[in-house]
Design a protein around this ligand. Structure first.
Ligand code: FAD
Length: 393
């Protein structure tokens, strides 16, 4: 039996950030992943200003041209209708998760985390504070952090299931080869999926083309993907890969006592932009800080309380985003949204600032409400309430 202050399951951005913050606080850390690194991860790889800030603060790493493409060229459309083409947008970065996650994982290992790779978590003995891996390795912990993504085994062992199938999102993607004819445009299509969108994000060698949205609202996501692949001129012979995305469907109580869930395992993905990398790193660091505080007080079971308090701003942001998507996604609102979003509007600028990490959803909503009759807003809001009332119940 190997003993650690902190055992982290999963070494994506959330788990590696938790390991870094734990080490910085003086904890001994085991970092477990079922894969070795580098490994692939389905993701658009859009790395916003918020992600950049979090990576700098937690890993002391900068955005570099080897790992990121940086673009100020944004193209927003609704099907064939181009709403806006902006070439001087606040810059966003784009990365292949294979490279990013390997870089963050290596940073955590070099800082002193002990790696346990190639073995999935199998069981947790909650009473004995032991994590048991598939090959029988037993790791004892004071605090356990579940950073094992949307299908989290830690969440399943704690709560019976990792997510709610009624409200979960789903995304499909391909990596289509990038040629000299392609520009640096970061493309977002608000009509490519219901309660979601389509994206074409340039990387060094490929363009990541995908569609994603609330699963229950997209009866045939493959058909939506086929249409979007057609529209973007991507290689139609490529096989789609798919994965669930929490999409704002966060857990109100992500953990219990000395077991904490972070990143996708806690459901922390923005339901408007689909951004999850920043929230994963932020929540990972929050969980490790709460763990260190509780361990120092000789009361590891208090870690969850400290973590929940730290998470409040993230939860508040997700609540605002859930309200804001009522403006964008319901059919009733789409023509108003398109009108308000067109060229040069204040709404468009605010959306770009949001991607750059400079404003929040409160600012965005005010920009829209100035242009839209109130009754439309109220109509859409009651629809979303109905959609999510099942989950609240
Ligand atoms: C199609 C799609 C597109 C997306 N596009 C974007 C985007 O453009 N920008 C953005 O910010 N976000 C995007 N996201 C969301 C983003 O990918 C996630 O929010 C983010 O990866 C969450 O990080 P994480 O560390 O919580 O989980 P992950 O990155 O999924 O890492 C989890 C780790 O846990 C390991 N693991 C899993 N189970 C076990 C186990 N049982 N035992 C041991 N290890 C285990 C895995 O191997 C993995 O390394 C997208 C998601 C999808 C599905």
């Amino acid at each position: 039996m190997e003993q650690f202050d902190l055992v982290v399951i999963g070494s994506g951005p959330a788990g590696s950030a938790a390991a870094m913050a734990g080490l910085r606080a003086g904890l001994s850390v085991a970092l477990v992943d079922k894969h070795g690194f580098p490994r692939d991860k389905l993701c658009g790889g859009l790395f916003t200003g918020r992600s950049e800030k979090a990576m700098k603060a937690i890993f002391e790493l900068d955005v570099t041209p080897e790992t990121f493409v940086t673009s100020s060229h944004m193209r927003f459309s609704a099907g064939a209708d181009i709403l806006a083409e902006i070439t001087d947008a606040p810059p966003v970065h784009l990365t292949m998760r294979r490279d990013l996650d390997a870089m963050l994982h290596t940073c955590a290992i070099e800082a002193g985390a002990v790696p346990f790779l190639g073995q999935p978590l199998d069981q947790i003995n909650f009473d004995g504070n032991q994590a048991i891996l598939k090959d029988g390795t037993q790791l004892s912990y004071k605090v356990l952090i579940g950073a094992d993504s949307v299908n989290s085994i830690v969440a399943r062992l704690l709560f019976g299931r990792p997510f709610d199938p009624e409200t979960i999102g789903f995304g499909l993607e391909i990596e289509t080869p990038r040629t000299k004819a392609h520009d640096q445009a970061v493309e977002v299509d608000f009509e490519a999926a219901q309660w979601g969108y389509g994206w074409a994000f340039p990387k060094h060698k490929t363009i990541t083309v995908g569609v994603g949205g609330i699963n229950a609202e997209n009866a045939d996501m493959k058909a939506a993907m086929r249409a979007y692949v057609d529209q973007t001129g991507a290689d139609p012979s490529l096989k789609y890969k798919g994965q669930y995305i929490p999409f704002g469907d966060y857990r109100k109580k992500p953990g219990r006592g000395n077991v904490l869930l972070v990143g996708d395992a806690a459901g922390l993905v923005d339901p408007v932009t689909g951004e999850g990398i920043a929230l994963a790193m932020e929540s990972g660091a929050f969980a490790a800080e709460a763990a260190a505080e509780a361990i120092a007080a000789n009361a590891p079971e208090r870690a969850f309380g400290g973590y929940l308090t730290r998470l409040k701003p993230i939860h508040r942001g997700l609540d605002q985003a859930k309200q804001w998507r009522l403006v964008m996604f319901p059919k009733l609102m789409q023509s108003s949204f398109k009108k308000a979003f067109r060229k040069g509007s204040s709404l468009q600028r605010k959306y770009l600032d949001l991607l750059a990490g400079d404003v929040d959803y409160g600012d965005l909503r005010s920009a829209f409400l100035r242009r839209v009759p109130k009754f439309l807003w109220w109509g859409a809001r009651s629809r979303l309430r109905r959609l999510f009332s099942r989950r609240e119940a």
